[in-house]
Design a protein around this ligand. Structure first.
Ligand code: ADP
Length: 472
């Protein structure tokens, strides 16, 4: 039952595949069903017509026989004789006056019970149509007409033809026809489902190909479909043109960010340098002037760091960010980073390295930048009295560095997005802490550039653990 539910949920009722299959299956079912109904009706008509003509022959012959016999005997005796002559195992005749009194009837018809004969006679009280009548388990065709001998009306003639054996054969044939039709419908539906699936395969392929295209490989991305229908090939070509236009504008945007960052960084660095030197020789400055200069210097520093991040990202995007990968002892690197962090923050950062050396193939300076970014975040997004722990570990052919804080934590729905550029969780709180939302995207770019990966596990109100995994 559960499996059926799961299967039911999996069915996409809006899919083109299902709609086409159902549509064509309905058309084929209607077509097949229509043909089967028409054939059944037509065959029944042919059966009725053939018996009707036989009965009409009997009806046409009776007046001649009656005339012949009546020349030798009384009319009623002759009529009875003629009726008996024309009666056989399948035909039953009787003649009745207009007041329904029976003048003569077949006497030899033993195969029918009295009740069946009575029922048949009762049927003749209503107008009779040329069709098959079912009485009990048997099938009959009824005929009625007036009997005239030499222009004299004798009475009303009724002929009953027992067609049970033919009708049973006919019903068996109809049944076979219906079974065959249903089988044909099932087979057609299965073939159509397969055909529709195959026809839509190129579209699915196109979808899979476009799904994996990221901003990085826009320039190389090309969609090739070999055995696709021409409409889908056209679509793929249009996609390719769109991709190349996207790639161009993405490249232009990257170039623009890189140029702007570069052009702004140099003058800002000079401004920052001047501000610092003025602040160093502050003998004749008022307190307000010192405060203003300090604010300007700090803003300039933050903007320079933002521009540097942007430049790094632009370089990484265009593949110009180079790494000097060498085997490093991570214990030394971590200790150095913690020492540096201690210079600008009073937070104590513990190192847990289980007294063993952990080596990894990394770019020493870039990894330092990564860890400083993570430590900076851990300090920014936690209370001053909470601890920060750096754990160093080696698992198989991977080295892991974990940075654990007991800070505010990151809501689950934001965790997958915090590595995006300019993505910040709580804009109001983040504003107070400074930063631009680029730190973690730099971390991710650098770590991935060194062949590693970075993940986050966090619980709101309990803290976060950032894990950097690096190849040994
Ligand atoms: P920012 O410059 O805002 O720090 P980041 O890219 O470094 O930018 O971080 C993106 C966002 O992720 C931050 O704005 C913050 O909301 C969240 N974040 C990052 N590190 C932590 C952490 N250790 N604890 C809680 N939130 C964090």
């Amino acid at each position: 039952m559960n499996q059926i539910k799961v299967l039911w949920k999996k069915i996409d009722f809006c899919s083109l595949r299902l709609r086409l299959t159902i549509g064509i299956a309905i058309v084929s079912a209607l077509g097949n069903g229509g043909i089967a109904i028409w054939m059944s009706w037509r065959m029944q008509q042919i059966l009725v017509d053939s018996h009707k003509s036989h009965v009409e022959q009997i009806a046409a012959r009776l007046p001649y026989d009656v005339k012949l016999y009546s020349e030798m005997m009384q009319l009623e005796t002759g009529l009875q004789k003629a009726i008996n002559n024309l009666t056989n195992t399948n035909s039953f005749l009787w003649v009745q006056k207009l007041n329904r009194q029976i003048i003569a009837k077949s006497t030899k018809w033993h195969s029918l019970s009295d009740s069946t004969v009575a029922e048949l006679m009762a049927k003749t009280e209503m107008p009779i149509k040329p069709e098959v009548y079912k009485i009990g388990q048997r099938y009959f065709i009824l005929y009625s007409g007036s009997l005239q001998v030499e222009g004299k009306l004798i009475g009303k003639l009724f002929i009953v033809q027992d067609i049970t054996s033919e009708q049973i054969m006919f019903l068996a044939m109809i049944q076979t026809l219906w079974i065959a039709s249903i089988l044909v419908i099932i087979v057609i539906t299965a073939v159509i489902a397969y055909y529709v699936r195959r026809s839509l395969q190129p579209l699915r392929q196109l979808n899979q190909m476009t799904e994996v295209i990221s901003a990085k490989d826009l320039a190389q991305a090309q969609l090739h479909l070999d055995n696709a229908p021409s409409e889908v090939k056209e679509l793929a070509q249009t996609f390719n043109m769109l991709l190349s236009r996207l790639s161009q504008s993405w490249e232009q945007e990257r170039q623009f960010v890189s140029n702007v960052s570069h052009e702004l960084r140099t003058p800002l660095t000079i401004v920052h340098g001047y501000l610092q030197s003025v602040l160093r020789r502050q003998n004749n400055l008022t307190e307000i002037q010192i405060e203003a200069l300090e604010t300007a210097a700090s803003e300039a520093e933050q903007t320079i760091s933002l521009l540097e991040d942007l430049l790094d990202l632009a370089r990484a995007d265009s593949g110009y960010l180079h790494f000097q990968i060498e085997s490093c002892i991570l214990n030394d690197l971590v200790a150095e980073v913690v020492g540096m962090a201690n210079k600008y923050s009073e937070r104590t950062i513990q190192i847990e390295d289980k007294a063993c050396f952990v080596k990894a193939k990394v770019d020493y300076n870039r990894l330092k930048q990564v860890l400083l970014n993570l430590i900076d975040n851990a300090i920014k997004y936690s209370q001053p009295d909470t601890s920060i722990i750096l754990k160093l570990n080696q698992q198989g052919n991977q080295a892991t560095i974990q940075l654990c804080d007991r800070g505010y934590g990151i809501p689950l729905q934001h965790q997958s997005r915090i590595f995006e550029r300019f993505y910040r969780v709580d804009e109001a709180r983040n504003h107070a802490t400074g930063g631009s939302g680029l730190g973690l995207s730099i971390v991710k770019t650098l770590v991935e550039g060194m062949g590693g990966s970075v993940t986050v596990h966090s619980k709101l109100g309990e803290g976060s653990v950032f894990t950097v995994i690096l190849p040994i």
